[in-house]
Design a protein around this ligand. Structure first.
Ligand code: ZN
Length: 278
C-alpha cells in the first residue's frame, strides 16, 4: 500500500483505536493532562479540501484533533472552519505574523491581534480559540515564535503554543514534514528544543528507527511510550499522489507542446505573409 494516503492514515487511526491510548487535541492535552494519550495536531498550510477530508475521517472514528489555520486566502475559509469546529475538532491559529511584518515584533503583534480576532469571529458561536501554533518558513532568518520573546500570548486569551507549552522530553514528537516520519535535519523550522539523546522519552523509543507510517503504527501498537504528539500536514496526504502528479506533468508537457506548435505555425505563417508582402 502506498504511504501518505488517506487510506494509510485510516490504518493509523484504526491502530490507535485498538490500543489503550486516548486521542486528544492540543487544548485538551494542556487543560486535562491526560495520562496515556496521542495528541493529534494538523497545520492547515494549503489544499483545504484535503484537510476537510482528514477531519471527516477522524470524525467518523470519534476522534477530535487540532487544526491550525493560516490566515491566507487559500486556507481562511469560514464555511470549512465552521464545519470542522462543528465536528468537535479544535480550531487554532497558525500564525506567520513575523513573516508578514518582516521581522518587526511591534507590527507583528498588531497583525496577530487582528487575525486572531478574525478567526474568533468565525467560530464564536461554536467554539473558542485557545491555542496558536507558529507556521514555519525556512527561508526567513527569524522564527514566528520569536514574537513571544517580547509578548505573552496569555494576554490574548491563549493558553498554549505547542512548540512552547509541551515538554518534548516527556512527549514523543513525530512529524510528517518532508513526506517521511524520519528525523531529518532539513526541518529547520519544525524542530523542537530538546536535549538531544538525553530525553526520557527517547530512551524508550528511538526516533531514528522511524520513517514510514507503518513504523509509527508499530510504535503505537507497542505502547512503549505513554505520550505521543503527531504533527500531520493533511495537504501531504491524498489518494494516489504519484498518479496525479504524473498526470499533471504529462498534461503540462502536452500543453507546452501544443503551445509551441501554435507559436511556430503563427510565426511561419507571419513570415510567409511578410515574404508575400515584399
Ligand atoms: Zn505551516
Amino acid at each position: 500500500m502506498r504511504d501518505f494516503t488517506l487510506t494509510k492514515y485510516e490504518s493509523l487511526l484504526q491502530a490507535i483505536k485498538k490500543t489503550n491510548y486516548s486521542t486528544c487535541s492540543v487544548d485538551d492535552f494542556l487543560k486535562n493532562k491526560p495520562g496515556k494519550c496521542i495528541i493529534l495536531r494538523h497545520d492547515v498550510d494549503r489544499a483545504i479540501n484535503r484537510n476537510l477530508a482528514m477531519a471527516e475521517l477522524e470524525h467518523s472514528y470519534g476522534i477530535k484533533s487540532t487544526y491550525y489555520f493560516r490566515h491566507i486566502e487559500e486556507t481562511f475559509k469560514p464555511d470549512i472552519i465552521l464545519q470542522m469546529a462543528e465536528m468537535g475538532h479544535e480550531i487554532g491559529f497558525h500564525y506567520e505574523v513575523m513573516d508578514k511584518a518582516n521581522g518587526d515584533p511591534k507590527k507583528a503583534i498588531e497583525i496577530f491581534k487582528k487575525e486572531l480576532e478574525d478567526l474568533r469571529k468565525v467560530t464564536e458561536n461554536v467554539t473558542e480559540i485557545n491555542t496558536v501554533c507558529m507556521h514555519g518558513n525556512p527561508l526567513k532568518p527569524w522564527s514566528n515564535r520569536d514574537l513571544w520573546k517580547e509578548y505573552d500570548f496569555r494576554d490574548f486569551g491563549i493558553v498554549g503554543e505547542p512548540y512552547l507549552s509541551i515538554d518534548y522530553n516527556k512527549v514523543f514528537y513525530l512529524t510528517d514534514t518532508g513526506r517521511t516520519w524520519a528525523d531529518l535535519k532539513i526541518r529547520v523550522k519544525d524542530t523542537i528544543d530538546k536535549s538531544e539523546g538525553k530525553s526520557e522519552v527517547n530512551a524508550k523509543a528511538d526516533p531514528k528507527a522511524i520513517s514510514s507510517t507503518d513504523d509509527v503504527i508499530h510504535l503505537i501498537q507497542s505502547e512503549k511510550v505513554s505520550q505521543i504528539c503527531l504533527l500531520v500536514h493533511p495537504n501531504r496526504w491524498c489518494e494516489d499522489f504519484g498518479g496525479w502528479t504524473k498526470e499533471l506533468l504529462f498534461q503540462n508537457v502536452k500543453n507546452v507542446g501544443k503551445a509551441g506548435i501554435v507559436w511556430y505555425r503563427s510565426r511561419t505563417q507571419k513570415k510567409d505573409t511578410m515574404t508575400a508582402g515584399l
